[in-house]
Design a protein around this ligand. Structure first.
Ligand code: AMP
Length: 370
């Protein structure tokens, strides 16, 4: 199977080749022909890191009329990071095509700058729901020519509390546009959105029935509370040059762990809800340019992060929700690579470990870190 046989135009394929995106991933194989062809309402349940941006992005680009400067497509993402990454990918895909302008808008940045940016020709808007509602209220966007609305990581948008904004936007666009929804999980709130705002005959695609990327090895190591930090440090040392993320449940735990690991001379820092956007961007830049080897994060702060070549995800604290375990693990083993998801387990977590194994139908193997 090739991108050309899925119906993608030559000028996009040339750019994809340069990005080493040559063989369509399963979600791309299943989505692209429908989205390019009929392109009506569409629902994909696919884990993160499986190539969903290209799965909807390429058909979307095929549908844009570069001659018209009107906004023709809208992509909603839960976070600024994911929004920026999506915009960046679309920009790369169009390297050899006629110019198609994408603008990413999100909260935490000056709205005035975004309003003036939107006055230039813009064919695709990538937005976080809250900021888009603000822009609609200020009459700063004209959505009357939008043909497609994409909801990317729809489940995360709801987890982050964007339900009202999302329904406001969908009320505004339903009937006039086609809606393409991507979600790693299908909790009841997503099903309600689908029932209320998508056509009953929406085309459905499900990738990976166990909802987890098959290239992830799941392991746990049993430690005592007082040995946990040393066990983690040992594991990180064993990783050599390999890069990864370390998850904590709370901001306080993430901050403390960052301090403790820095004392041990580890190239690490933490992102959590107490950081200013500027500080967060600085840490993300350092992690992406590899001056930080390990990134500590809370579940909420980690939303939408896509850093290439992460060899592992460490759960320093096990999450309460199984969905969080899925999202955390999805940070590794991206783009066909193998990855490790390792839990630092204390005795009290045993029940939760069993619950995760049963719910996700995965084997989590015990390992000893020495
Ligand atoms: P996504 O799920 O869209 O966040 O994509 C995850 C990563 O996989 C991104 O860095 C993409 O550039 C990359 N990618 C997407 N599709 C393919 C493909 N067919 N082959 C190789 N890499 C891909």
């Amino acid at each position: 199977m090739s991108f050309s046989s899925l119906g993608i135009s030559k000028h996009f394929i040339k750019a994809l080749d340069e990005l080493k995106i040559v063989k369509p991933s399963p979600v791309q194989e299943q989505s692209i022909p429908f989205l390019i062809g009929k392109g009506t309402d569409f629902i994909a349940q696919a884990p993160t890191g499986t190539g969903k941006t290209a799965a909807y992005g390429l058909p979307l680009l095929e549908k844009i009329d570069p001659k018209s400067s009107k906004v023709q497509a809208l992509i909603l993402t839960p976070t600024r990071e994911l929004g920026q990454q999506v915009a960046k990918q679309l920009f790369k895909f169009t390297k050899y095509s006629e110019k198609i302008f994408t603008e990413a808008v999100y909260g935490g940045a000056k709205i005035e700058t975004q309003i003036s940016a939107l006055k230039r020709p813009t064919q695709i808007i990538v937005a976080t729901p809250g900021r888009l509602v603000d822009l609609i209220q200020k009459n700063a966007v004209d959505l009357s020519f939008v043909k497609v609305v994409v909801l990317d990581e729809a489940d995360e948008m709801l987890t982050l509390g964007f339900k009202n904004e999302l329904t406001k936007i969908l009320k505004h666009t339903t009937g006039k546009t086609h809606t393409w929804l991507f979600s790693a999980t299908m909790p009841p709130e997503i099903k309600t959105i689908i029932k209320n705002y998508l056509a009953a005959d929406a085309f459905r695609v499900t990738i990976g029935t166990d909802r987890l990327n098959k290239n992830i090895a799941h392991q746990y190591t049993l430690t005592m509370d007082e040995d946990k930090l040393d066990t983690l440090a040992k594991f990180l040392k064993n990783m050599g040059e390999k890069r990864g993320m370390i998850f904590c449940k709370t901001k306080a735990a993430a901050k403390t762990l960052a301090k403790q690991l820095k004392v041990k001379n580890m190239a690490t820092d933490a992102i959590h809800g107490d950081l200013l956007q500027k500080e967060r961007d600085k840490i993300m830049r350092a992690f992406k340019n590899e001056s930080l080897q390990f990134l500590i994060a809370t579940d909420i702060a980690a939303r939408g992060i896509d850093v290439r070549d992460l060899a592992f995800v460490a759960h320093y604290e096990l999450p309460d929700q199984v969905e969080f375990y899925i999202h955390r693990s999805g940070r590794t083993a991206r783009a066909g690579n193998k990855g490790l998801s390792l839990i630092f387990l204390t005795k009290g977590d045993m029940k939760q470990l069993k619950f995760i194994q049963e719910k996700l139908q995965i084997g989590i193997d015990k390992v000893v870190i020495s």
